[in-house]
Design a protein around this ligand. Structure first.
Ligand SMILES: [Zn+2]
Ligand SMILES: [Zn+2]
Length: 294
């Protein structure tokens, strides 16, 4: 099954004009949306996708800067999900900001993240590590509070000397103050994105290699596959490009940029797609909305 835009995108995919997977300070990235978009313009990109974890709060600033710099901003979100103990990330592009289903889910996830942070602090305190919620909150300039912010508070209070040290000794998986995170299932994430009129894309499939489930997710509404990604080898890229064609999925791509200090070697615009992909995704979202509202 090859849809007509499949070929259109793949023939133009080999030059990176748009990096469609970027994190800002709205979640766990190091650059503000404004800094990120400006840096993307300086790097010669023509489009950038803002895909913060569980939040859309970086969109407005990114769009305003995009207008200033003449850059196309693809509005996105990354939802962490889990199935059979394996973490699967779903990207949602161009969902409607006001969609009630999206806002409700995001506010629920924010609550779950906050509670997780409080639970971690409770455990740290019982280990005689004196860190307070306020100490963590000040590092989460955006809305998506997470373990990197707890780690920063641990470093600032002198309990750890690096992010890695904080994770290894306190909050990483298996460490004494580790608290598991609430996770959606991939099906739930796909459903939320689609109900909000967005385009659901499977992120970095090369990390988890669960292509056996691809058909099931496509049946649930998945419409894209992240082909180009900083964790993919050339072979992965070729395999996923082929699978995207086979399933009629839009091939997408992005670096998963978080700031070079957070993810060394992952440069903004190092991975991505043609600018055309931005328009293909927006078109698809527009068509999804017609279907959603009719
Ligand atoms: Zn991810
Ligand atoms: Zn990401």
């Amino acid at each position: 099954m090859v849809k007509k835009w499949g070929l259109r995108v793949t023939t133009l995919m080999f030059r990176v004009e748009a990096d469609l997977h970027c994190h800002t300070t709205a979640s766990d990235g190091l650059l503000t949306p404004q800094e990120l978009v400006r840096q993307a313009a300086l790097a010669g990109l023509m489009g950038v996708g803002i895909t913060d974890h569980d939040t859309v709060s970086g969109w407005e600033e990114a769009e305003a800067t995009g207008r200033e710099c003449g850059l196309e901003i693809l509005k996105g979100i990354e939802l962490n999900t889990e199935v059979n103990g394996i973490e699967i990330h779903i990207l949602g592009y161009e969902p409607e900001f006001e969609a009630k289903v999206l806002q409700e889910k995001l506010s629920f996830l924010r609550g779950a993240r906050y509670k997780r942070m409080l639970d971690m602090i409770g455990r740290l305190n019982s280990l005689d590590v004196r860190v307070r919620a306020e100490d963590v909150e000040k590092f989460a300039h955006g809305e998506s509070i997470g373990r990197p912010h707890v780690a920063q508070a641990l470093i600032e209070s002198g309990y750890a000397h690096s992010l890695k040290d904080a994770f290894t000794r306190y909050i990483g998986y298996g460490a004494p103050a580790y608290v598991p995170r609430y996770k959606l299932t991939p099906a739930e994430a796909i459903k939320v994105v689609r109900q909000a009129g967005g385009v659901a894309v499977l992120a970095h499939p090369g990390i988890q290699r669960l292509e056996g489930s691809l058909k099931e997710w496509v049946d649930q509404g998945l419409q894209g596959l992240e082909v180009s990604h900083s964790d993919h080898s050339g072979e992965d890229e070729a395999r996923y490009r082929k699978l995207a064609l086979e399933y009629g999925l839009v091939p997408t791509g992005g670096s998963d940029f978080h700031g070079e200090k957070r993810k060394p070697g992952v440069k903004l615009g190092g991975w991505g797609t043609s600018l055309d992909t931005v328009f293909v995704i927006r078109d698809l979202a527009r068509r999804n909305r017609i279907k959603t509202t009719s």
